[in-house]
Ligand binder design. Structure first.
Ligand code: ATP
Length: 443
């Protein structure tokens, strides 16, 4: 692709997808703000995932658990002990590095890759953000910002079995914020200290876990296909023995070819019965499942997890959609366009209504059409500048459809429907516009 991180970052800022956090104060490292187009895109990606993982799945229900959890949660999960990165600092230039991200020869020689100064010993640094709850700042009051959403699901699994009469196999889906005290220097929103996850935990009977693991690998791959992602830019990466997390029996990442290379987008993990065994141990509560259909057989379920970053998916969607194209059709405009080929179900604006002229009642007619459409679609309205330039602006925002209102519209109640990707145009009766758009989005 033609997308570089620089181009994407600059387009994101220029068009109001993503801004640096607290920019007027020089920015806050590892945090970003989602502007008008960005929040729409993010919400739509989230809604799309939610639909796929709840509405379209008979055996998955949703949850929205708190970010603040009992501190014992993170002892049980292993995060207090194991959720660390190896860090080194340069004694001279004070730059901080993840030891596994600098060249091994620098690490061995304790030589800073930036300035050649001496590096400190490698030490373990826990990634959880820690703060205090209540007025006293002592160790009894320590509380963590959750570093993943999954634990909120595990601690609620019995509640949900009881309240919703769930039977194994079943899943619980959740979207929410997570926080990690990461060292972030580059790559835009790829790795941030505050981010959002879309996670689903699927509870299965031991012995059926391998089968379900393969099934979820299939379903998650199909999801990206349906989202219209260029599948040449996706691949599986199986974790080797040294990469496997302490809880995992088997783990695959779905990797995407980001502008800076292949990187993890989503993890599909077989977490075995680690999580519920540990929570049983630490809470003293019996978290066994009682299988009423099999003589009340009791067991701790295995968990298959699909864990995707929402904000990281947004970066993937932006990179995947980005294109610069030579366009031959317009003599009156510059003949390059930047276009975001978003899938219509995630595009921030679905349809823009553009009156050819403001005068002679065209603006009023266009406003009437917008009013009709906005109940069902995300709309935009633009009446300023040459029509070719307005199309370019919508292309750059990734709007899949433009409706142009011209003099003919007044006479025969039709408009021009312009398609972003092909740039083709069709004449459509105003009365049929809504149905036509719905049909186009479905295809
Ligand atoms: P990495 O190895 O990149 O640090 P991880 O293997 O720790 O990631 P998981 O704990 O498996 O990641 O988290 C699941 C998903 O959450 C990741 O695939 C990614 O999409 C997202 N994610 C994790 N950490 C971050 C972060 N700091 N910023 C944005 N997204 C993240």
């Amino acid at each position: 692709g033609k997308a570089t991180m620089e181009k994407i970052t600059s387009l994101a800022k220029r068009r109001g997808f993503v801004f640096q956090s607290s920019e007027i104060y020089g920015g806050q490292n590892g945090a970003w703000d989602y502007g008008p187009l960005g929040v729409e895109l993010k919400n739509r990606i989230a809604r799309n995932w939610w639909k796929e993982m709840t509405q379209l799945q008979d055996d998955i229900v949703g949850l929205d658990a708190a970010i603040l959890m009992h501190p014992r949660t993170w002892e049980a999960s292993g995060h207090v002990e194991n959720f660390t990165d190896p860090l080194v600092d340069c004694k001279k230039c004070k730059t901080r590095f993840r030891a596994d991200q600098i060249p091994p020869e620098n690490l061995a020689a304790k030589k800073c890759p930036e300035c050649g100064g001496e590096l400190t010993d490698t030490r373990k640094f826990n990634l959880m953000f820690k703060t205090h709850i209540g007025p006293a700042e002592d160790t009894a009051n320590i509380i963590y910002l959750r570093p993943e959403t999954a634990q909120g699901i595990y601690v609620n699994y019995k509640n949900i079995i009881q309240s919703n009469r769930m039977k194994i196999p079943f899943g619980i889906a959740q979207i929410g914020k997570a926080f990690r005290n990461e060292i972030v220097t580059k790559n835009f929103i790829f790795r941030t200290c505050e981010f959002e996850q879309m996670e689903m935990q699927f509870f299965v009977k031991p012995g059926t876990d391998v089968e379900w693991f393969n099934e979820w690998k299939k379903r998650r791959w199909a999801y990206y296909e349906k989202l219209g992602v260029n599948m040449n830019n996706l691949r599986w990466h199986q974790h080797g023995p040294d990469e496997l997390a302490h809880y995992a029996k088997d783990a695959y990442d779905i990797e995407y070819l980001f502008p800076m290379g292949w990187r993890e987008l989503e993890g599909v993990h077989n977490r075995s019965n680690y999580d519920l065994t540990r929570h049983t141990e630490f809470s003293g509560k019996d978290l066994q499942y009682i299988d009423q259909e099999a003589n009340n057989e009791r067991y701790i379920p295995f968990i298959i997890e699909t864990s995707a970053g929402l904000t990281r998916t947004l970066l993937m969607v932006l990179s995947d959609a980005y294109d610069e194209e030579k366009v031959a059709d317009k003599g009156n405009d510059d003949d390059w366009r930047t276009v975001l080929h978003f899938h219509p179900t995630v595009a921030p604006v679905t349809v823009a209504i553009l009156p050819l002229m403001k005068k002679d009642g065209l603006a009023e007619l266009a406003q009437d059409i917008r009013k009709e459409l906005k109940e069902d679609f995300a709309t935009d309205y633009d009446q300023s500048g040459a029509i070719g330039r307005r199309y370019r602006r919508q292309d750059e925002a990734g709007t899949p459809f433009c409706v142009t209102v011209d003099y003919e519209s007044k006479e025969n109640k039709t408009v021009t429907l312009r398609f972003r990707d092909s740039m083709e145009q069709a004449r459509v009766p105003i009365a049929e516009l809504g149905e036509r758009l719905k049909k186009e989005i479905k295809e």
